[in-house]
Design a protein around this ligand. Structure first.
Ligand SMILES: NC(=O)c1ccc[n+]([C@@H]2O[C@H](COP(=O)([O-])OP(=O)(O)OC[C@H]3O[C@@H](n4cnc5c(N)ncnc54)[C@H](OP(=O)(O)O)[C@@H]3O)[C@@H](O)[C@H]2O)c1
Length: 214
């Protein structure tokens, strides 16, 4: 079993996931980095950055929407490290095409929901079951599961409703009094990158307002 705690980050090949992986590596975690491909430039670059911190790096290929593929990934991470202490469910996508809810297609809804909510939920479920078991095996073991959600979990965008619904779902997962909540520190983080706040509303790329708080 690994002496150091282990962080598992989905969507680690770039963007927020990459930054989180490097920060956790600098903070004393060994890293299991999940991306759709282990050979991408992003993953190779991340390996170098993580290893510079002295942390171990384990790249794992997974399309997070493939729930039947997840069990093997969890097994591979446990085989490599023997533990998982911190899961950051970060992988996520926007709709390929933004459009009003009246024009939203079932295909786009399914794609976004499968990657942003269904896949991460069932991945977290599998990791959580292992974490519950690991609580009995490791002294002072304090597992954490984080969902990177979005300001779109509380602000609706008129031209990407499926994204907002997926992020609102992620925000609602850590329900009080459910099993996970009691056993694992489990919370969502509302990533907000636009300069707006809940009062002044989000701007779209042309500078127009496309969000409404509720
Ligand atoms: N950036 C923002 O403004 C913003 C604002 C609010 C919330 N967020 C949320 O923050 C998270 C990260 O956003 P970001 O901007 O850093 O995204 P990004 O730069 O587009 O990176 C997305 C990451 O997710 C991975 N990914 C995409 N689809 C996947 C799939 N089916 N299975 C596994 N991995 C997949 C990508 O891996 P590949 O290399 O395989 O493509 C990539 O590593 C997302 O959940 C997003 O919704 C972002």
């Amino acid at each position: 079993m690994n002496n150091k705690p282990v962080a598992v980050i989905t969507g680690a090949s770039r963007g927020i996931g990459r930054a989180v992986a490097i920060a956790l590596a600098s903070g004393g975690y060994d890293i299991a980095a999940i991306g759709r491909s282990v050979d991408s430039e992003g993953m190779e670059n991340l390996a170098q950055e993580v290893e510079k911190t002295g942390a171990q790096f384990f790249p794992v290929g997974l399309d997070i929407s493939c729930t039947e593929c997840q069990i093997e990934v969890v097994a591979n991470i446990l085989e490599r490290y023997g533990r998982m202490d911190f899961l950051v469910n970060n992988a996520g996508v926007a709709p390929l095409e933004r459009s009003d809810v009246l024009n939203m297609t079932e295909e786009s809804y399914d794609r976004v929901m499968n990657i942003n909510l269904r896949g991460p939920l069932f991945f977290a479920q599998k990791v959580a079951k292992e974490m519950i078991w690991l609580k009995e095996q490791i002294n002072d073991y304090k597992p954490v599961i984080v969902f990177i959600t979005s300001v779109s979990s509380v602000l609706s965008s008129t031209n990407r409703s499926e994204y907002c619904v997926s992020k609102a779902g992620g925000k609602l997962l850590p329900l009080k009094r459910n099993l996970l909540y009691n056993l694992i520190k489990f919370f969502s983080y509302e990533q907000q990158t636009c300069s707006c706040n809940y009062r002044c509303q989000q701007r779209d790329r042309q500078g127009g307002c496309n969000c409404f708080s509720f």
